[in-house]
Design a protein around this ligand. Structure first.
Ligand SMILES: Cc1cc2nc3c(=O)[nH]c(=O)nc-3n(C[C@H](O)[C@H](O)[C@H](O)COP(=O)(O)OP(=O)(O)OC[C@H]3O[C@@H](n4cnc5c(N)ncnc54)[C@H](O)[C@@H]3O)c2cc1C
Length: 425
């Protein structure tokens, strides 16, 4: 079926409004059709790079929300030194400059046999290659009493947006002398150093406005990433204010009673919190489960040369949903994986073989607005999957220039946003 650009827009609009009876729009294209699910760090980068590498490939990006609020710098918004507006981005450049067809709708099903994607609004998209970067879902109930309703009282604030604003409001309303709790899950989860950045920036805010408050981190782990650097920062900047309790000392939270502001560990010990940010155990986003892309771990196994699913061909899974050990689940990892997938998809649709990739990640964490720490690594694909390239990365020295790291962190953010969503020239 040949569909004109005008008809295509009409069908898309109707589908989004839920008026169409499941139309299949297969826009004719010289090289092939790629559908991308999820317009975050992974999906937007993949869409942009595929179009950049080969403008003859038709790319449709399906994203629920018209705007994307990043998790990176979300803790800075919570602490009040970055505005929510400056971490909120849209898809205009992807559409206007790169010719990506952007549809704001939710994907409700994927059929890997007929290679179709079904939208909540009623439309269907046909693909030659599908790229999925839908992020995370929560394991509701893994902590007794922690469900979606409880998260409105004890915000996870782990997907950006309204939850970050809620946490910010709660900190503002907290009495001086109160206790703020952050819970951290076991690995794997999105942004391994994120809970400790959150605790740091809670302390930054509270020291300024409510200096008799305490911040308590209740951790399901025995240790945590960049621990010595965070602890050094806490001692220097917030002496006596931040306490970390690891799993060996009863840090693992087993139950919450959100209405009472109570957290209970595995030994039945009770902690009362004035504010609690409960970051629950996680898994791949729901659509990855619906599409039968997850294994028993709850995450998506992929072949690490091309990030093609090991469960269904022609579907590439990247970002937080994918199992990409030893890469951490981060925006930078998702961005790096997206470029590998863009190259692989372009190669396949041009009848070529993809090459062997190397990837990169850096995680910056703010301990204060002018004090940051980082860890970075380069990864190479080989016989055993991905491995860390020795000497390719590193972490901030204990005697490092933390102020310079904070400048690098802001500059990293600017650059990755431009690389993900495009930059108007
Ligand atoms: C507090 C915090 C701080 C962080 N700081 C950093 C940092 O400094 N550096 C860093 O690199 N990383 C950081 N991260 C991690 C980073 O946010 C994630 O790793 C990154 O967002 C993962 O990208 P993704 O593309 O996999 O998923 P996401 O960015 O979550 O994008 C997924 C998108 O898919 C959409 N979607 C989901 N399901 C569907 C569906 N069915 N249909 C249509 N659309 C769908 C969602 O709406 C979403 O927009 C941080 C995370 C947190 C929580």
């Amino acid at each position: 079926m040949a569909v004109s650009r005008r008809q295509f827009i009409t069908i898309t609009g109707a589908a989004t409004l839920g008026l169409a009876s499941a139309p299949v729009f297969a826009k004719p294209t010289k090289k092939g059709r790629v559908v991308v699910i999820g317009g975050g760090f992974g999906g937007s980068t993949a869409a942009r790079y595929i179009r950049k590498l080969d403008p003859e490939i038709d790319v449709t990006l399906v994203e629920i929300h018209p705007q994307y609020t990043t998790c990176p710098l979300g803790n800075a918004v919570m602490a009040g030194f970055v505005k929510l507006k400056s971490i909120t981005h849209n898809y205009e450049i992807l559409k206007d400059r790169y010719g990506v067809n952007v549809i704001h709708d939710a994907v409700v099903d994927v059929d890997p046999v007929s290679k179709t994607v079904r939208l909540q609004g009623g439309g269907e998209l046909v693909y030659d290659r599908l790229v999925m970067s839908p992020g995370i879902g929560f394991r509701w109930g893994a902590i007794d009493g922690y469900d979606q309703a409880a998260s409105e009282l004890m915000p996870h604030a782990w997907k950006g947006g309204t939850q970050i604003q809620l946490l910010r409001k709660q900190l503002h309303a907290m009495p001086d002398g109160g206790v703020a709790v952050v819970t951290a899950p076991e690995i794997p989860y999105r942004c391994p150093p994120g809970p400790y950045e959150r605790a740091s920036l809670m302390a930054y805010y509270l020291k300024k406005y409510k200096p008799r408050c305490k911040v308590l981190v209740l951790d399901a782990k025995r240790d945590f990433p960049k621990a010595h650097l965070f602890k050094q920062g806490w001692d220097k900047l917030y002496p006596g204010m931040v306490e970390w309790v690891g799993s060996d000392s009863g840090g693992q939270v087993a139950e919450v009673r959100a209405k009472e502001g109570v957290l209970i560990n595995r030994d039945g010990e009770i902690t009362r919190a004035d504010v609690a940010s409960v970051i629950p155990p996680q898994q791949a986003a729901e659509i990855a489960h619906i599409a039968d892309l997850v294994d028993q771990s709850g995450w998506c196994p992929v072949e690490l040369r091309t990030f093609e699913s090991t469960r269904h061909p022609a579907i590439h899974v990247i970002g937080d949903s994918a199992i990409a050990r030893p890469m951490p689940k981060s925006g930078y990892s998702a961005n790096s994986q997206a470029k590998v997938v863009a190259l692989a998809v372009v190669a396949y649709l041009n009848g070529d073989e993809p090459g062997e990739p190397s990837l990169i990640n850096t995680c910056f964490s703010f301990v204060a607005p002018d004090h940051a720490v980082s860890v970075s690594a380069v990864y190479r694909f080989g016989e055993k999957g991905l491995s860390v390239v020795r000497g390719g990365g590193g972490r901030t020295f204990m005697t490092g220039d933390f102020e310079a790291e904070a400048r690098f962190a802001r500059s990293w953010y600017k650059n990755i946003i431009a690389d993900t969503f495009g930059q108007r020239s």
